[in-house]
Design a protein around this ligand. Structure first.
Ligand SMILES: [Zn+2]
Length: 324
């Protein structure tokens, strides 16, 4: 089991999606055996203890989980790894899908307050999904954690218990929001037959480098789960047969989409020091992500989209940044 964890971590490091200086630690008491020794039987798991004898672990199955069990019974899904924990079992299901050929691409740029999508199919389509709800949940629980921390001196046990309780609650709430957002994005992509292009995130510096102005405040709130959003999108797209692609995140929000020159960003607005091009910086990042995947646009198409969506910026509305 430890080997498996190390192996998958090494794989992620190779892909640049895990921190090479932080090897995984595993603290939960859990059991995972090789496939032949642990069998999924729909309503129970049979664990072989010695030749020809086994113990059965009965499962409580909710309505959400039932669809997977039924898919398995019908032969549409295969059971992957099974892990037994103290109070629950984790059963992974696999589905084999034929890879679909996309009829377009969509870049997804994940930021602190918004998720920006630029879809290139027949024409260009841009939309912004508000992530403020997610951010405020993080802020809320950050404050809670800080109060509990203050308690730890006098009542360490209570503090630890509360911390666990609220951490779990926060994780649940964040995951709910993430599933809600990513499911609706993926539904739209699948409907349009487009496949997502995401930024390769490296290490932990992402938040700090991408949002200098919110850095101080947001360090406290810790990171927004950028990677999780990407992972959810990737696996939900894969479920429908679409492959997600990644491009390098370098300079995506600093490169002028019109003349290619690098400029410093200032707040929410990108302004090119060469040609004077101005637009919402997340929109600029979306364009550059698509560009890096090899999708070009005519300057005219770009201008039309900017005009249509009201994305042009000038000095006077430079203060678009949302204070928190
Ligand atoms: Zn320019």
């Amino acid at each position: 089991m430890a080997c498996g964890i190390i192996r998958s971590w090494k794989r992620l490091v190779k892909k640049g999606r895990a921190d090479p200086d932080k090897p995984p630690t595993f603290k939960a008491s859990a059991m995972r055996l090789q496939k032949e020794l642990m069998r999924f039987r729909g309503d129970k798991i049979a664990v072989t203890t010695k030749p020809y004898s086994w113990i059965e672990v009965p499962l409580v199955i909710s309505s959400y989980q039932r669809q997977f069990v039924e898919g398995w019974r019908e032969g549409k899904l295969k059971v992957g790894e099974i892990t037994l924990l103290n109070n629950r079992a984790i059963v992974t299901f696999r589905k084999e899908v034929e890879e679909k050929k996309p009829c377009g691409y969509a870049s997804v740029d994940v930021n602190l307050m918004s998720l920006d999508i630029l879809e290139a199919k027949d024409g260009l389509g841009y939309r912004k999904i508000d992530l403020k709800k997610l951010y405020s949940v993080r802020v809320h629980y950050f404050e809670k954690r800080r109060k509990i921390q203050a308690l730890s001196k006098f009542k360490p046990k209570t503090s630890k218990m509360l911390m666990e309780k609220y951490s779990k609650r926060e994780k649940r709430r964040v995951n709910d929001i993430l599933h809600e957002i990513t499911t609706s994005i993926v539904r739209e992509f699948v409907k349009n037959g487009v496949t997502p292009i995401l930024e390769k995130l490296k290490g932990l510096s992402y938040n700090a480098t991408r949002n200098k102005y919110a850095k101080r405040r947001n360090r406290k709130v810790s990171f927004l789960p950028y990677r999780k959003i990407q992972d959810f999108i990737e696996y939900k797209m894969a479920w429908h047969g679409y492959k997600t692609h990644y491009v390098s995140a370098k300079n995506t929000s600093k490169t002028c989409p019109r003349c290619g020159r690098l400029s410093k960003t200032n707040g929410q607005v990108f302004k090119c020091e060469g040609c004077g091009f101005m637009a919402d910086r997340h929109f600029v990042a979306c364009i550059n992500i698509l560009r890096m995947w090899g999708i070009g646009f005519s300057p005219k198409a770009l201008d039309e989209l900017i005009e249509r969506e009201g994305l042009s910026r000038n000095e006077s509305n430079n203060s678009l940044y949302i204070p928190t």
